[in-house]
Design a protein around this ligand. Structure first.
Ligand code: F3S
Length: 279
């Protein structure tokens, strides 16, 4: 059995930077609003170093608040400062760039539309900068139903599928007199999606390694499944089932932007060990 890893897989530069900032912060307790990365293995390692996820600033009495790669609305940073918490900003620079774009659009009188998932923390953070009246568009039908706008400024969640972005942006273009569109899908996401697609097309089975609640990991799953190749999403090697590999010759592996290389390589070793036992 041959096991191939996608040419682009695992940690992106934004996640690597956030982890470096977290590990460099020497004075625990350090808190993050939600997990720093969507990967249970990494979260456990961080907990051992005094870095804990919480669900709101209210839960923190002292110490530091580390802002995740997804970013947060400015009101959260103000709330933390009012409580005298030290703020360590690990917002991915690509997400920060979106904050700047929507702030400018708002100042120039555009209604902002964010293509993405309304409950995703990155989108929530962007809405904190784009101001009242901003809208989130998840599906083509929602775009088509939007009342006609005078000035519409469009950005997209960094992990959105390129194809969805194109379909929705074209619909929105028809719903405004003047429209500015910014392709804010991050290059790391695009590279991982392209590499997953290329690999899924040449293998018998795909395994995606990553957190089940990670947006970019789930997008890789979707892309792979759409090629018709059987695909499984696992958080760790322990979730693999021998039966999946029966009769398969070529296996493809990839991991989301918050999946450590080690997790991908552990899965590879496990899959190879199934092959060695004659499956
Ligand atoms: Fe940043 Fe893209 Fe990673 S937005 S956190 S480089 S997936």
């Amino acid at each position: 059995m041959e096991v191939l890893i996608a040419s682009q897989a695992g940690f992106c530069f934004g996640v690597t930077r956030a982890l470096e900032l977290a590990l460099a912060a020497r004075e625990p307790p350090i808190y993050t609003l939600g997990p720093l990365v969507h990967n249970p293995l990494v979260i456990n390692q961080l907990k051992e170093r005094g870095i804990h996820p919480v669900s709101s600033v209210e839960e923190i009495r002292e110490g530091s608040l580390l802002i995740r790669t997804h970013g947060v609305p400015p009101a959260i940073i103000e709330e933390a400062r009012e409580k005298n918490l030290r703020v360590i900003d690990a917002t991915c620079p690509l997400v920060k760039k979106i904050h700047g774009i929507v702030r400018n659009l708002r100042e120039e009188g555009y209604r902002v539309a964010v293509i993405g998932h309304s409950r995703h923390p990155e989108v929530q953070g962007i809405l904190g900068y784009s101001g009242e009246g901003s809208i989130v568009i998840e599906k083509e039908e929602e775009a088509a139903a939007l009342p006609f706008q005078k000035k519409l400024g469009i950005v997209v969640q960094t992990t959105e599928l390129t194809e969805n972005f194109h379909k929705i942006a074209i619909r929105l273009l028809e719903r405004a007199e003047e429209c500015r569109i910014f392709n804010t899908i991050c290059f790391a996401t695009q590279e991982r999606q392209r590499a997953a697609l290329e690999l899924a097309m040449i293998v018998d089975l795909m395994i995606i390694v990553g957190g089940k609640n990670s947006s970019n990991t789930r997008k890789l799953l979707e892309i792979s499944q759409e090629t018709g190749t059987t695909t499984y999403l696992v958080e760790s090697a322990e979730e693999l089932e021998r039966g999946w590999f029966s009769g398969k010759k070529k296996i493809g592996l990839t991991g989301g932007a918050s999946t450590p290389d080690e997790a991908i390589h552990r899965v590879k070793r496990m899959v190879e060990s199934f092959g060695n036992t004659g499956l």
